[in-house]
Design a protein around this ligand. Structure first.
Ligand code: BES
Ligand code: ZN
Ligand code: ZN
Length: 490
């Protein structure tokens, strides 16, 4: 999709155009007669068809009174409730409508009072690019709807406009890329495919890459990652990507759970829980998407992406409940439940990262517990860790991007509950209480000193139904959050 910014008046451009209006702006149009466009909208408002209420959308024909053939009026609701999120949503409706109308081009007017035009412009581009996404790869019978090729953005001044569009496009493309990875079949999106994609990204964006294969994993003792992946035809991997945008400055490690399919293992998941489990590599996808976007944006940061990837499947090699393994860190782990596999592969990855890569901080993304979905639904990710400063910043970045995170406590009492009778720790401590916190408590056992934040995205990574600019299934959650967080770091 091509964005064409212009300071020209929309009346004069031959392109059907959308205008986003609050209730107050809509009412004001009745009193204030101005341009032909404003008069035209006033007439529509007069007959009561449009009030500017949130989520309201109407299309009217202009009958040759102005150059654009159609006008699309989209309500933003009450002025005092106006937010970037409202603008994202309203903008998504415009592209969805334009697509339904089979428009090849349309325009959108960006006239926001009381809001920085730059922020509004970013929200508009986000709404359009994220709202346009659909995973249609396997729809062979449905004719694909023609794509909207060009969107004219009517702005007041051109300052910064091109940069904002370019940056927002990079981040939204990365988000849609994450969605593609999440939605893909588990028999295609295997551990080896994740390795290939990581190598492709490294090549294209000149990142350093190191992939530790099953032989080396065995040699160095990453026994938890090996155990989880042992029944699969595609072997586990530890993938390490490095982006150097800040010379000798310290690095931030971003880790992501990469379970390509989570059957639950021998503690097999039941029908209704198993069907979506190709999404269990969402954390890994966020790592790939974030590093790709960071490199394209040339962010002045040093990032290390770490992906432990394995398939949690059954077969003669499957690891078993009751087994004890010695982890990379040296701690012994009792397998209380083979479905709590995410914390196992992350435990080895966190320990490896801290010991060998020595980052200044670690942030991990993982679809770790069904309980976080019970807690927050699909709207908020759970956040726990030892790094108060980073958690505060991630919270703020979440408010800005609407990829929201909320901290849960990781008190000492929970640490005591990770105990096992036969090993140092169990992966099923305190079950079935405090699910998301116990996941984090287990992980914390494998982090020594490095400030660390864990984000449980089991609710936010995958949606049961579409909402606004987010489709059903893979949501791409996490990339916008991470990039916003990184950009705001001093
Ligand atoms: N991948 C699942 C968590 C999950 C559940 C993600 C629903 C997305 C939607 C994870 O590996 C898991 O199975 N966790 C168990 C942990 C339990 C056995 C301690 C769970 O949540 O039941
Ligand atoms: Zn599981
Ligand atoms: Zn899992």
């Amino acid at each position: 999709m091509y964005f064409l910014p212009t300071t020209e008046h929309p009346e004069k451009k031959e392109v059907s155009s959308a205008i986003l209006l609050t209730e107050e702006q809509t009412a004001a149009l009745l009193k204030k007669k101005g341009s032909v466009l404003e008069d035209l909208i006033a007439q529509i408002v007069e007959c009561g068809d449009f009030k500017g209420e949130k989520d309201q959308l109407i299309v009217v024909h202009t009958h040759g009174k102005i150059k654009p053939k159609h006008l699309m009026l989209v309500g933003l609701g009450k002025q005092e409730e106006l937010s970037l999120e409202r603008i994202r949503r309203a903008s998504a409706y415009t592209i969805q409508k334009a697509k339904a109308m089979k428009l090849e081009k349309y325009g959108i007017i960006i006239p926001f009072e009381k809001m920085k035009e730059q922020d509004a412009l970013k929200a508009v581009v986000e709404g359009i690019m994220l709202g346009e996404y659909k995973f249609t790869k396997y729809k062979t019978e449905e004719k694909p709807k023609p794509k909207v090729k060009e969107v004219t953005l009517f702005v007041k001044k051109m300052e910064y406009v091109k940069d904002i569009i370019a940056e927002t496009q990079i981040v939204c493309e990365a988000t849609n890329f994450v969605r593609d990875l999440q939605n893909e079949n588990a028999y295609i999106m295997t551990t080896l495919m994740i390795e290939k994609i990581a190598r492709d990204i490294a090549k294209e964006h000149k990142l350093k890459i190191n992939v530790i294969d099953e032989k080396q994993l065995k040699k160095i003792g990453m026994n938890l990652l090996l155990a989880v992946g042992n029944a699969s035809r595609t072997p586990p991997r530890l993938i390490i990507l490095e982006y150097h945008g800040a010379g000798s400055e310290e690095s931030i490690a971003i880790l992501g759970k990469g379970i390509t399919f989570d059957s639950g293992g021998l503690n097999l998941k039941p029908t209704t829980k198993i069907e979506t489990m190709r999404m269990d590599m969402s954390g890994a996808a966020i790592v790939l998407g974030t590093l790709k976007a960071a490199a394209q944006l040339k962010l002045r940061k040093n990032l290390i992406g770490v992906i432990p990837t394995a398939e949690n499947i059954i077969g003669s090699g499957a690891y078993k409940p009751g087994d004890v393994y010695i982890s990379y860190s040296g701690k012994s782990v009792e397998i209380g439940n083979t479905d709590a596999e995410g914390r196992l592969i992350l435990a080895d990855a966190l320990a490896y990262t801290e010991i060998n890569l020595k980052p200044a901080k670690m942030i991990d993304f993982a679809t770790l517990t069904g309980a976080i979905l019970v807690t927050f639904g699909e709207y908020v990710a759970g956040m726990m860790g030892t790094d108060k400063e980073t958690m505060k910043k991630l919270f703020d970045a979440g408010q800005q991007t609407y990829e929201r995170v909320w901290e849960l406590p990781l008190y000492d009492e929970y640490m005591d509950e990770t105990k096992s009778d036969i090993a140092d720790v169990s992966n099923l401590g305190y079950w079935p209480n405090a699910g998301p916190i116990m996941g984090a408590a287990f992980l914390k056992k494998f982090v020594q000193k490095t400030p660390w934040t864990h984000i449980d995205i089991a609710g936010t990574a995958w949606w049961d139904k579409p909402r606004h600019y987010t489709p059903k299934n893979g949501t791409g959650f996490g990339v916008r959050l991470m990039i916003e967080y990184l950009k705001n770091l001093s």
